[in-house]
Design a binder for this molecule. Structure first.
Ligand SMILES: [Zn+2]
Length: 383
């Protein structure tokens, strides 16, 4: 109930699972300090060589799966694995809800720069309804995308018998969350189930779908919803699946990833300028609907897209805290107007229904919001 801002960056204690120490510094800032000053990256590089030597194929067959969109981060990981470390990645992409023009161009440029890629679209009719259910039930339509994004790579790993799956960064460690894995190179499947599925499982969503009539009994019987679930643990164990974070082995600096992707995989920043809700032009560009994921985060936690971008850049030394605070005041919580109509049509909801959900979440957070003369304002802002 007491809102506290980090004394080093711009994030607050409202971010789920983040912790603050006695000096008022958040766990992500503490980790960033270790990243820039303590961790022995030469030793980590040695560990990476060991891991890759164990997995590298001799006949050119795939030896790792790299999930990603063709955005700057996954492009960087795939590029490094293939061209710096001589691996043979199979890259896999779980399509966004609705591609942006720049997201699609970056995706094409990425595979054209030299990567085999599998692109998966889920059943569009169902995916829209599941997105709507996720929006109603959890105030975040994006969670349904996240389930597939995480699971799809593992299905492909099982199918092709490729044990090594490489994700980019550990979001929990890098951006503030559970730090229990910060000394670990990989996440166990059990960790994954615990963090991502607790309280937000697909079965809960489908139950809600059945009650609300958005998913029929027939669909529940006939559809498998396969890619939203991780493959059976036994199948993963059989191939010896290991999920590693590239950020454990190489210092993770998104701005550097961006430069790498521009130079080597044809990545372009958004030619239309900054994304709504932030000052950034190169992060999270693929999906026309993702502004609403950030906007709902702003409603639920008082932390919007600018906060998350600025916090990270402050930790990496690209922004001062003062600059970050100014950017938050200027852009955080800006409504994603550009694709609003399209978002409503995609979820098949009205303007009124959209605000009903927003106001429901606002009503759950009276310690964050107050209504001043008909206008909702945050009670606390970073200073
Ligand atoms: Zn911090």
């Amino acid at each position: 109930m007491n809102v506290q801002y980090c004394t080093r960056c711009v994030v607050s204690n409202q971010r789920p699972r983040i912790t603050f120490d006695k000096d008022g510094v958040c766990s992500a800032c503490r980790f960033a300090y270790e990243k820039h000053h303590v961790i022995d990256w030469t030793e980590r590089e040695r560990q990476l060589h060991d891991l890759l030597d164990r997995h590298r194929s001799k006949d050119g067959s795939y030896d790792c799966v790299v999930p990603g969109s063709g955005g700057k981060d996954s492009s960087y990981v795939a590029y490094m694995l293939k061209y710096k470390y001589g691996m043979h990645p199979l890259t896999v992409t779980w399509a966004p809800h609705i591609y942006t023009d720049i997201g699609w161009r970056n995706y094409l440029a990425f595979k054209d720069s030299g990567f085999d890629n599998l692109l998966a679209f889920p059943n569009g009719r169902l995916h829209r309804r599941l997105s709507r259910l996720a929006f109603e039930l959890w105030g975040d339509h994006f969670k349904i995308f996240g389930l597939g994004q995480k699971a799809y790579g593992f299905h492909i790993a099982v199918k092709f018998g490729i044990p090594l799956v490489f994700y980019g960064e550990s979001g929990e460690v890098e951006y503030g969350g559970s730090t229990k894995n910060k000394e670990k190179p990989c996440e166990s499947v059990e960790d994954w189930s615990e963090l991502y599925y607790q309280g937000s499982s697909l079965s809960e969503l489908l139950k809600h779908g059945r009650t609300s009539g958005l998913v029929s009994e027939e669909e529940l019987q006939n559809e498998r919803f396969l890619f939203y679930w991780h493959p059976p643990l036994d199948d993963l164990k059989k191939i010896g699946a290991e999920m590693h974070w590239f950020s454990y082995y190489k210092k993770w600096v998104p701005q550097e990833n961006y430069y790498c992707a521009v130079e080597h995989t044809g990545f372009q920043a958004n030619p239309d300028g900054r994304s709504e809700g932030t000052y950034s032009k190169y992060a999270s560009l693929d999906d026309r609907t993702d502004g609403f994921h950030y906007y709902l985060g702003y409603i639920k936690f008082g932390l919007g897209r600018t906060t998350s971008d600025a916090a990270h850049e402050i930790r990496d030394g690209h922004l001062t805290r003062e600059e970050g605070v100014a950017l938050v005041h200027r852009y955080d919580g800006e409504f994603p107007q550009k694709y609003y109509q399209e978002f409503l049509e995609y979820l098949d909801i009205s303007d009124g229904e959209f605000w009903e959900v927003v106001n429901h979440y606002r009503s759950l957070t009276p310690h964050l919001w107050e209504n001043r003369g008909g206008e909702w304002v945050l009670k606390h802002r970073v200073k």
